[in-house]
Design a protein around this ligand. Structure first.
Ligand SMILES: NC(=O)c1ccc[n+]([C@@H]2O[C@H](COP(=O)([O-])OP(=O)(O)OC[C@H]3O[C@@H](n4cnc5c(N)ncnc54)[C@H](O)[C@@H]3O)[C@@H](O)[C@H]2O)c1
Length: 475
């Protein structure tokens, strides 16, 4: 089949790579020239510096005979002369200040480009039936709006399918090649048949749940799945973590061991953290809340989870002043980890972004950051042209460089390599020094660090002040 992907981001690039790997002729069209240049470079390091997904480079390179990339409308038109399926993999962020309503302008703009081209297929006769697929996470009724957008441009003879993506960033390629489920929502058998052909390798697989439903159920299940996962993560710190923080001698990891022994509770997501970030959970929960309220019911729990998430990050940072009596103004602060989680260079809604903004607002002198993958993205996000305060942000080449001459360190991302931070910390900075662990990633060393005089504020623990007596003895 000839398959077009509109948008070559995390979802578009990974899905297109798997389509090409499944034998389809595939084109990715994106408006971002730099991204397309990197994706078509056939150089694994360049590809993964753009989308930090293990295996993406190899998959794109291995399938380059069937996979092309373009920003050119002329290339798009040539491919569309005989296109069978169009996947819409566009951003669907939250509209600014709109209580969760989705910003569909990326969809609208892209249909203005692709619509007129599709009307010219088969010499303008539009004889070949086309399937247009909502791959983005979209409002429940989006299928109707997508159909309306294409029809407005004069596109005829097409079906609309909802095929939400469930990949997890950081393991997007593994998830795309071995999904646990493929969900296809269509209104008629003809469209189901086309999608079975697109996904032949999964439809025939005994390990993949291939689920066919109507388009509203597919779109709705994606939003609900994300909400349930988001809810679990937030509950892990707003309820479990808070309890461990406010009651002495209640250790988070010990309590967790007991909780996850119950298979009904399960281990996934039950880790304490300063924030649940990323491109999806927050905006999808906000969209769900907005849709429920617009439909005439309430969204108390969904709104509550969103608020608890923001409270967690603000509360964590505020503990430096309220508990450790640490004043941020004029200090040099190290921020370890910028990505919203390990194994990605995605900064969207990362805990570190909010922390850095608040530190700048509190008058810190310098912020020294280190992240193994997300520094290039951070440099774009915090470009000094946008705000002169961003000049205070420095990017180090190692954890040790980021720690040197700072008075406090905040661990924001759960990169595996941060598990061995303790040796670097003790070799680089001496007490009095404040360590803020937003991931409990060095929890096994809290008592050692405390005994050596370091003050520790960790999510899911009461304040752990450095032991002055031990320090005196050491002196
Ligand atoms: N990232 C994830 O983990 C994930 C998982 C499941 C679902 N989703 C959903 O999938 C959708 C896409 O997410 P993503 O993470 O891939 O986003 P992304 O920002 O990484 O990629 C979107 C791409 O669309 C391109 N684009 C914007 N306007 C365009 C236009 N007019 N024409 C062509 N290309 C255009 C952008 O340049 C960008 O490369 C969103 O709805 C998201 O919620 C994301």
């Amino acid at each position: 089949m000839n398959i077009l992907y509109i948008g070559g981001g995390f979802v578009g690039a990974c899905s297109a790579a798997v389509s090409a790997d499944s034998g389809h002729q595939t084109l990715i069209f994106d408006v971002d020239q730099e991204k397309i240049k990197k994706l078509e470079s056939a150089d694994r390091d360049i590809i993964e510096s753009c989308l930090h997904e293990k295996g993406l480079g190899d998959l794109l390179i291995r399938n380059r005979d069937r996979l092309t990339f373009t920003t050119s409308v002329a290339d798009l038109a040539t491919f569309c002369e005989d296109v069978h399926v169009v996947f819409m993999c566009l951003p669907t962020p939250e509209k600014d200040g709109a209580e969760g309503e989705s910003d569909l302008s990326y969809y609208e703009k892209s249909v203005e480009t692709i619509g007129p081209i599709l009307t010219r297929r088969n010499n303008g006769n539009q004889t070949n039936r086309l399937v247009i697929v909502n791959k983005s996470t979209v409002p429940i009724r989006m299928i109707d709006y997508t159909a309306e957008l294409f029809a407005r441009q004069g596109v005829q003879n097409f079906g609309i399918v909802s095929n939400p993506e469930f990949l997890v960033e950081g393991k997007a390629i593994a998830d795309s090649i071995h999904p646990d489920r493929v969900v296809v929502g269509a209104n008629n058998e003809a469209d189901f048949v086309v999608m079975r052909e697109v996904y032949r390798r999964f439809y025939d697989s005994s390990t993949v749940k291939y689920i066919e439903v109507n388009p509203y159920e597919a779109a709705c299940a994606k939003l609900l799945a994300n909400f349930l996962l988001f809810n679990k993560i937030v509950t892990a710190y707003d309820v479990v973590g808070r309890t461990a923080e406010y009651f002495d001698n209640v250790n988070y990891e010990n309590v967790r061991k007991i909780l996850v022994a119950d298979p009904r509770i399960g281990a996934w997501g039950l880790y304490d953290s300063l924030f649940a970030g990323g491109s999806c959970f927050i905006k999808d929960a906000a969209s769900l809340a907005h849709q429920l309220e617009t439909a005439g019911t309430h969204a108390y729990l969904v709104r509550g989870i969103l608020e608890a998430n923001v409270f967690q990050r603000d509360h964590f940072l505020s503990r430096a002043e309220t508990e450790a009596k640490f004043e941020w103004a004029g200090k040099t602060v190290t921020v370890l980890g910028l990505a919203f989680k390990q194994d990605t260079n995605d900064l969207r809604n990362s805990g570190a972004i909010g922390i850095i903004q608040q530190l700048l607002g509190s008058g810190v002198a310098t912020i020294k950051t280190y992240d193994p993958a997300a520094q290039d993205e951070a440099k774009k996000y915090f470009a000094p042209e946008k705000n002169p305060l961003y000049q205070k942000i420095e990017y180090a080449n190692s954890v040790a460089e980021a720690l040197t001459n700072s008075q406090a360190a905040i661990i924001c991302t759960d990169w595996s390599q941060f598990k061995t931070l303790v040796d670097v910390i003790t070799a680089t900075v001496k007490p009095p020094y404040l360590i803020m662990d937003g991931r409990r990633i060095i929890h096994q060393a809290y008592s050692i660090l405390q005994a050596a005089g370091y003050d520790i504020i960790a999510v899911g623990s009461p304040f752990l002040p450095g032991n002055i007596n031990t320090l005196r003895k050491l002196k």
